[in-house]
Design a protein around this ligand. Structure first.
Ligand SMILES: Cc1ncc(COP(=O)(O)O)c(C=O)c1O
Length: 429
């Protein structure tokens, strides 16, 4: 089971070495966009009845493929997934199940949409958001290494997990780490909310508060996280640049949507996705692309990446990209992506990453599907949040309904004359 860097082409055998950060990333004078991506699955699109997505779509996931290549049986994979799932139920009251997706007629009518509006609801997922999918993919890989006694797993248990986040990703990491009984350090900013801090502590996570230092630029939490990883911690965050495997786990969301649309006989025309670091949109683009290639859905919808006026580095990169070849762009990252110049601000606080770390894969997904980014005004972010609650009853945060704000901001665009798909994620806390 190999991973390949989409920027420099380096390959990593996931049984021999951890396929997290590209081995060539961080080399001085190297401006390449490095992200390790699993070699594409060539199985047929699964049509199983399992309710746990990590069982149902297992043949499309690299940890399963690695497990089988290393001689572990189907039964062992099922046991690994089900044991972790039972522990998640004990820690968080729920395990991974196919999440609900439904047409929202009342909301579509209130917004005056001519195309049907489909909402996938991730607010009831493990830890209250889709973020847990990303990290379950990583944890399953770690479990396979241990179980199959592969060289990449040597000394693994002595290494702590690490993440830089103070929101949904941190909570997801803490829930999964606790379920797996694996120590975790969370690098948080000085202004992190008291409730999240308490929840992380209750879950047994170590907390490191990161002050901004006068002599350095960039997010201090990410800087401290990278230092911890350099000292041997396992990157357990949701940025593909730091851990390519993290993107893969959330492809399951795309697989589920593809299968649900196909079963309903609906061909989604557009998919609006709220974008912060970009791992979610990257995972969805890849999930739909794989599903379309393997016959799981007729074709991938246009990917529309949604950011707010207070922080839109992806739209900035897209405009610079123009018609440039993406392979060439991957060799000059800093021409396209750099931290947002002013302090990012929005009601949608969860998508204020000052860089869209996974920008390249999202741009590739938009190019391939005929999509583009949209940048929405704050009043629309607020309206989307209120109307979503009123007309669907789904308790999503303003971050989690920001994709809808993207659709609302383009109501006269011709794209809207077809089924629209949006993801609500991040339960209101
Ligand atoms: C609820 C919710 N939706 C979407 C996102 C965006 O995900 P990404 O950072 O992978 O772009 C986040 C990120 O924190 C989130 O919390």
């Amino acid at each position: 089971m190999h991973f390949r860097c989409h920027g420099c082409g380096a390959t990593v055998d996931a049984g021999d070495a951890l396929p997290f950060r590209c081995p060539n990333a961080g080399v001085a004078g190297n401006d390449i966009d490095h992200v390790l991506v699993a070699e594409p699955p060539d199985a047929v699109f699964p049509r199983g009845a399992e309710q746990n997505p990590f069982l149902r779509y297992r043949t499309l996931l690299s940890p399963y493929r690695l497990a089988r290549a290393a001689g572990l049986t189907e039964a062992v994979w099922t046991e690994i997934v089900e044991t972790l799932d039972a522990a998640l139920v004990a820690v968080d009251g729920r395990g991974f199940r196919i999440t609900p997706m439904a047409e929202q007629k009342s909301l579509a009518a209130a917004l005056g949409f001519s195309g049907p509006l489909w909402i996938k609801d991730e607010t009831g997922n493990v830890s209250g958001s889709h973020k847990a999918r990303h990290l379950m993919g990583v944890m399953l890989y770690l479990r396979v290494l241990e179980r199959a006694k592969l060289p990449a797993g040597d000394g693994l248990r002595a290494r702590r997990l690490a993440i830089a986040s103070c929101g949904n990703a941190a909570l997801a990491a803490a829930v999964i780490a606790r379920a797996a009984d694996w120590p975790l350090d969370v690098f948080i900013p000085t202004d992190a909310g008291a409730a999240v801090k308490q929840a992380l502590q209750d879950l047994g996570a170590g907390i490191a508060v990161c002050e901004r230092r006068p002599d350095e630029t960039g997010d201090p939490c990410v800087l401290r996280f990278r230092e911890a990883v350099a000292r041997g911690a396992i990157p357990f965050g949701v940025q593909g640049t730091e851990n390519g495997l993290a993107v893969e786990g959330a492809r399951t969301l795309g697989f589920e949507m593809a299968e649900e649309f196909s079963a309903a006989g609906v061909a989604p025309a557009v998919l609006y996705v709220q974008v912060g670091g970009g791992a979610l949109a990257s995972a969805l683009a890849q999930g739909f692309e794989i599903a379309a290639r393997l016959g799981g859905v007729e074709k991938a919808p246009k990917l529309i990446a949604v950011q707010t006026v207070g922080c839109a580095p992806l739209a900035r990169a897209w405009n610079k990209l123009d018609r440039l070849d993406l392979t060439a762009a991957a060799r000059h990252r800093s021409r396209f992506m750099w931290p947002w110049e002013t302090p990012p601000q929005s009601l949608a606080t969860g998508i204020l990453d000052d860089e869209t770390y996974d920008w390249w894969a999202v741009a590739a997904g938009m190019r391939a599907s005929g999509g583009r980014p949209v940048v929405v005004e704050e009043d629309i972010v607020a309206r989307a949040h209120n109307l979503a609650r009123l007309h669907t009853g789904i308790p999503a945060s303003a971050t989690g309904t920001a994709g809808l704000a993207g659709a609302m901001s383009e109501m006269s665009a011709p794209d809207l004359y077809g089924p629209i798909a949006v993801i609500f994620s991040g339960v209101e806390r």
